[in-house]
Write a protein that binds this ligand. Structure first.
Ligand SMILES: [Zn+2]
Length: 271
């Protein structure tokens, strides 16, 4: 039987790991290769080595990377929501993957909108998704086409417990994406029946509602706060939701066919 290790020698595996980590996290590949020998000094067992290296990786990601990013003009979004800044990542993965960096104005627009939202609807938290990488405007952040400059961030819709609008909830998707507020048959759909490799329907995960419903009032309030900020350049949302939620604004747009869907999150662009 052919040995898988001989098919993929160690050097090739390391190169693949470096490329994958770099594409996902920008500096994760460099950090991992700088620290990967440390675990070996403490234990012969690979699981313990991996755990030690992961702890060191997370510590560097939370302490050194944000300091260096600031030099280049990018700030980290908060990791935990507080009463002063009710903003948090939908998943901690956005933080450990270094995908929560933006220019300062973007963070300020989100902070302002989140504070006003929680003043109007207590205990509401704005959950962010992908922002940008810590360094270098030209470095593409896949799968997004427009997050590389640090001027954009995705925000989850607001949700509440099914049948109880007073119980605020985060997105039913653990990463905030891919559970869609799909168009109803009678709603305007300019791209109905047209196909694009960037627009995925993912019907097999749409049942995952976790007893949550999108909170139209809170999401609409958040949207209006974002749109009313003079620093906001544009917000992207699928057109059937503009109409369903009754919002018309010159900064509120919908994406063209050859782009990701925006009926699971808002895309905020600040310039
Ligand atoms: Zn986006």
């Amino acid at each position: 039987m052919m040995n898988i290790r001989s098919l993929f020698p160690k050097k090739l595996r390391l190169i693949v790991l470096f490329v994958v980590l770099t594409l996902l996290t920008q500096v994760g590949g460099i950090i991992w290769f700088a620290i990967r020998g440390i675990g070996r000094r403490f234990s012969q067992k690979w699981k313990i080595q991996l755990a030690i290296n992961l702890v060191i990786y997370v510590m560097i990601t939370l302490t050194i990377v944000p300091l260096l990013a600031q030099i280049g003009g990018r700030v980290a979004m908060p990791i935990f929501a507080t009463s002063k800044t009710p903003v948090a990542p939908r998943s901690f993965l956005f933080v450990v993957f270094n995908r929560h960096y933006v220019k300062k104005d973007v963070r300020e627009v989100v902070f302002r909108a989140a504070r006003n939202l929680s003043a109007q609807y207590p205990k509401s938290v704005v959950h962010y998704l992908d922002g940008g990488f810590p360094f270098w405007d030209k470095f593409a952040m896949l799968p997004h086409l427009s997050h590389s400059g640090g001027e954009a961030i995705d925000l989850a819709f607001c949700y509440h417990k099914k049948g109880d609008p007073s119980k605020y909830k985060g997105s039913p998707s653990p990463i905030g994406y891919m559970i869609y507020e799909r168009p109803k048959p009678n709603e305007y759909q300019p791209y109905r029946s047209k196909r694009s490799p960037l627009r995925w329907d993912l019907p097999f995960v749409q049942w995952m509602r976790m007893g949550r419903r999108v909170d139209r009032d809170r999401t609409r309030y958040l949207l209006r706060e974002l749109l009313s900020d003079s620093r906001t350049k544009r917000v992207l949302l699928e057109v059937h939701l503009h109409r369903r939620w009754g919002i018309v604004h010159h900064k509120l747009r919908f994406q063209q066919l050859h782009a990701a869907r925006h009926d699971d999150h808002l895309h905020l662009w600040v310039k």
